[in-house]
Design a protein around this ligand. Structure first.
Ligand code: 5GP
Ligand code: ZN
Length: 113
């Protein structure tokens, strides 16, 4: 997807502060953090949203979960806890249409964050 900002981050065309990378997944710091820890975990493959994940994406989805574990350990929130959020569509306030998993922590979170 040539006009996708996260595909450009995967391609290295837009810089990011990388936390973790493997063959399927990239994790980097959110540019506008809402908590002391705010990372984004994305598949390298362009998938628009939760609604667009297919059976063929099984390994990718699995590796996203393993990457979240790594990110939580690297950023020091595995013990204290954290939240994983995937905003979807208009009411979910999704603004980047390349699926991403916010990993948020480093302070006490409430439902209104
Ligand atoms: P959404 O609102 O779609 O759930 O989340 C998009 C997230 O991407 C936001 O938290 C926003 O701060 C982050 N973001 C948008 N553009 C960039 C960028 O160029 N670099 C980084 N690191 N994060 C970005
Ligand atoms: Zn993309």
């Amino acid at each position: 997807m040539s006009d996708c900002i996260f595909c450009k981050i995967v391609a290295g065309e837009i810089p990011s502060k990388k936390i973790y990378e493997d063959d399927h997944v990239l994790a980097f710091h959110d540019i506008n953090p809402i908590a002391p820890v705010h990372a984004l975990v994305i598949p390298k493959k362009h998938i628009q949203s939760v609604l667009h994940v297919g059976l063929e994406d099984g390994e990718t989805v699995h590796k996203i979960h393993l990457a979240i574990q790594e990110v939580a350990k690297i950023l020091g929130v595995a013990e204290s806890g954290f939240r994983v959020i995937t905003n979807t569509g208009e009411h979910g306030q999704q603004t980047v249409f390349h699926i991403h998993y916010h990993v948020i922590g480093g302070r006490q979170l409430n439902w209104d964050m």
